[in-house]
Design a protein around this ligand. Structure first.
Ligand code: HSE
Length: 438
């Protein structure tokens, strides 16, 4: 970086190399090109966009970008930069490029949750070895400041757990199902029509995107290194309109929750559709919005809420990292290494304390309830509430909706399997964990 000002009024210059000019990248470039003076005043450094690496320089873009900055040579952009902003996504060749920058001592800002959740430790090590900064506010919950609060603001506290709605696509789909009674497929089609869901929605609806974010956030919250493999992951494709309606009737709403919580001597990380009380703060998160609810020993409950995706909101998080990195570089500061000294193991779902809402289709005849209740008692699982109605689909069959008291997840699931094997149980219609928020 040319940090030596040649006169009292000259601002040092920092070369910013941008990898990717999609929805977020083009917004970042636009702000750098149009609001440079303002950013220079904030960071004490002039942020000079020195190159934009793209796959196709002629592709149409959301924002017009100077042709002379566009190139397909990513390595040349990296080598010319003082800071690299990586917004291409994917694992390879992105990992090699990010490593190339970090190993050369060039700080990197990325929104790539998949890469961080797979190779975060490797990238952190490379940054630590060269003193470069690795910043990734945009990787978790888009515009919402949550990475920096978790890493810095709560560094003196003890995070007990976080519960997050960290995928806007699935929150939109579940919210549509809840508010309109739509089936999953119809709500997803609406999300695609409105641009909230990709043509291939797999990463969102199967929970992979939320699981990657959970691993990244948990690594900071619990001072340990986690990968996506440590996260128990279930998506929302099995959630039916009937499940959503039954939850609504009982005062709950179904959300795809990302949870990281202390569990025994370790931490359980999970992403799954759960019922939460409508009055819980996360129950009021509608549409494609994201939110993260954090419980810390001293701070108590904290709620972070905002837009989790989209060009401008995500660019806001990237630019915040960029101004921050520029300030640090101007001061000659090194990057902050990930404090993963705690090395808390990832604990399996089996040992998590939870509650289940179970819907059973059962033969409607004398003694059936007593038989079912015995199975619960045999497994040491206590029933909290039970509702019975006629199954409109099959005559002579009742629908039983049971909610258990808290128990070990493995014991609750063993109870469900024992119920499934009873001749009087025609179908286990649904099994949904209940998150009370307590
Ligand atoms: N597809 C994500 C979402 C945004 O729907 O929230 C990027 O992670």
């Amino acid at each position: 970086m040319n940090t030596t000002a040649t006169s009292a009024h000259e601002t040092p210059v920092l070369n910013v190399g941008l990898l990717g000019a999609g929805t977020v990248g083009s917004q970042v470039a636009h702000v750098l090109l149009t609001r440079g003076d303002e950013l220079a005043l904030r960071s004490g450094v002039r942020l000079r966009l020195c190159g934009i690496a793209v796959r196709d320089t002629a592709a149409p873009r959301d924002v017009e970008l100077p042709a002379e900055l566009l190139t397909t040579d990513a390595d040349a952009v990296i080598d010319a930069a003082d800071v690299v902003v990586e917004l291409t996504g994917g694992i390879e060749p992105t990992r090699k490029r990010v490593l190339r920058a970090l190993q050369a001592g060039t700080s990197v800002i990325t929104g790539n949750k998949a890469l961080l959740a797979e190779s975060g430790r490797q990238l952190q090590d490379a940054a630590g070895a060269s003193g470069a900064q690795l910043s990734y506010e945009a990787a978790v919950a888009g515009a919402i400041p949550i990475v920096r609060p978790m890493r810095d603001s709560l560094a003196g506290d003890r995070v007990e757990r976080f519960l997050g709605i960290m995928n806007g696509t699935t929150n939109f789909v579940l919210d549509q199902m809840d508010t309109t009674g739509a089936a999953f497929e119809d709500a997803l089609a609406e999300a695609q029509r409105l641009g909230y869901a990709e043509a291939d929605p797999t990463a969102d609806v199967e929970g992979h995107d939320a699981a990657a974010k959970t691993a990244v956030l948990a690594s900071l919250a619990f001072h340990s290194s986690y990968t996506i493999e440590d996260v128990h992951c279930e998506g929302i494709t099995g959630v039916t309109a009937e499940d959503v309606a039954a939850a609504r009737e009982a005062g709950y709403v179904i959300k795809l929750l990302s949870v990281g919580e202390r569990c025994g001597d370790g931490v359980n990380l999970r992403v799954n559709p759960v019922m939460i009380p409508r009055e819980h703060v996360l129950g009021g998160v509608h549409g494609a919005y994201n939110a993260v609810f954090v419980e810390a020993a001293a701070a108590g409950s904290l709620m972070f809420y905002g837009q989790g995706a989209g060009g401008e909101p995500t660019a806001s998080a990237v630019l915040g990292d960029l101004v921050s990195a520029a300030r640090a570089i101007a001061l000659g500061a090194q990057g902050i290494p990930l404090a993963d000294y705690a090395a808390l193991p990832a604990v399996s779902m089996d040992d998590v304390t939870t509650r289940l809402a179970v819907t059973l289709a059962v033969t409607d005849r004398l003694g059936v309830l007593a038989r079912l209740a015995q199975v619960f008692a045999d497994h040491g699982v206590s029933i909290s509430t039970m509702q019975q109605s006629e199954d409109p689909r099959v005559t002579g069959t009742s629908l039983l909706r049971l909610v258990t008291h808290s128990g070990r997840h493995a014991d609750l699931m063993a109870t469900v399997e024992a119920l499934r094997s009873l001749p009087v149980v025609r179908d286990v219609v649904s099994v949904t964990p209940v998150e009370t928020g307590e």
